[in-house]
Design a binder for this molecule. Structure first.
Ligand SMILES: NC(=O)c1ccc[n+]([C@@H]2O[C@H](COP(=O)([O-])OP(=O)(O)OC[C@H]3O[C@@H](n4cnc5c(N)ncnc54)[C@H](O)[C@@H]3O)[C@@H](O)[C@H]2O)c1
Length: 260
């Protein structure tokens, strides 16, 4: 078994019917994990997952119920991928308080609720797993730098970054074998980016979606968007014993976007 193997580990992925979520379920399963996929829909098929469970990440009760079910069916949880998220693409002057709060509720409170609900099970499981258990929170390049028409989103992703660091330090200080890291993708080809291009055009920032896509692509040093698999591979690494000394860190997978 290599240090990158996830054999025997149980993983939960939120937002698992989206682009990065699906790729993560596939990649975690390929590395040997037993994957439970979750998302808003009542039912879904997700490649690589042994089960699909409905979970709205903003519901504390739903989190408690799902973690109880995983504890009773699998007796452990080694990997939690807090991936569910939404983007809000709007000028600050046009963003309603309700929109702003919705972004915080899903992107930030969802990560807090999931980490809190799973902490005890992750801690127990981490004691019997090389490298401990692993929480992987999807932030963004938007959690590292600001962007026009993305204030709510960038605020939420900055929150995810510092929640992750705080949890990492706290769990280490408490002697809990739970590593916590954030992942910061650049622009990745998923429904979320399609929505962002459409909103850029509606907001008058770009004349059409093709122009928006070209300009966003050119913002990466490598001059292209990323694939979902390129993010999933980083998630597998953070989940694995190979990342046993990684906690509180920011894994930036952005084709050089923030390097320039
Ligand atoms: N695509 C990108 O360019 C990009 C870049 C940086 C970060 N990210 C982050 O990666 C994560 C995945 O994004 P994606 O690109 O795959 O987007 P996506 O829109 O394809 O998938 C997001 C998933 O989250 C789910 N979701 C939304 N609200 C939810 C809720 N309340 N409870 C549970 N699930 C909910 C959606 O149903 C969807 O399946 C997000 O956190 C996103 O912010 C994406």
């Amino acid at each position: 078994m290599t240090a990158f193997s996830l054999d025997g580990a149980v993983a939960l992925v939120t937002g698992a019917t989206g682009g990065i979520g699906r790729a993560s379920c596939r990649a975690l399963a390929e590395a040997g994990a037993i994957v439970i996929a979750s998302d808003l829909a009542a039912e879904a098929e997700v490649e690589g997952a042994v089960a699909y469970r409905q979970l709205d990440v903003t519901s504390e009760d739903a989190w408690a119920e799902l973690i109880r079910a995983i504890a009773s069916e699998h007796e452990r949880l080694d990997i939690l991928v807090n991936n569910a998220g939404i983007s809000i693409t709007n000028a600050i002057a046009e963003t309603s308080l309700a929109e702003f709060r919705k972004c915080m509720a899903i992107n930030v409170e969802g990560v807090f609720l999931g980490t809190k609900a799973a902490q005890d099970l992750l801690a127990r499981s981490g004691q019997t797993r090389q490298g401990g258990s692993s929480v992987i929170n999807l932030s963004s390049v938007g959690g590292l730098k600001g962007a026009a028409f993305m204030a709510a989103y960038c605020t939420s992703k900055g929150g995810v970054k510092l929640f992750s660091k705080s949890a990492a330090v706290e769990f280490a200080m408490l002697g809990l074998p739970i590593r916590v890291n954030s992942v910061h993708p650049g622009g990745i080809d998923t429904n979320m980016m399609d929505t962002i291009y459409a909103r850029y055009v509606e907001s008058g920032l770009f004349p059409d979606e093709a122009t928006a896509r070209n300009i966003v692509s050119a913002g990466h040093a490598m001059g292209r968007m990323g694939d979902t698999e390129e993010i999933a591979n980083g998630i597998v690494y953070l989940a694995s014993p190979a990342a046993s000394f990684m906690t509180g860190s920011e894994l930036v997978i952005d084709g050089g976007m923030t390097a320039k």
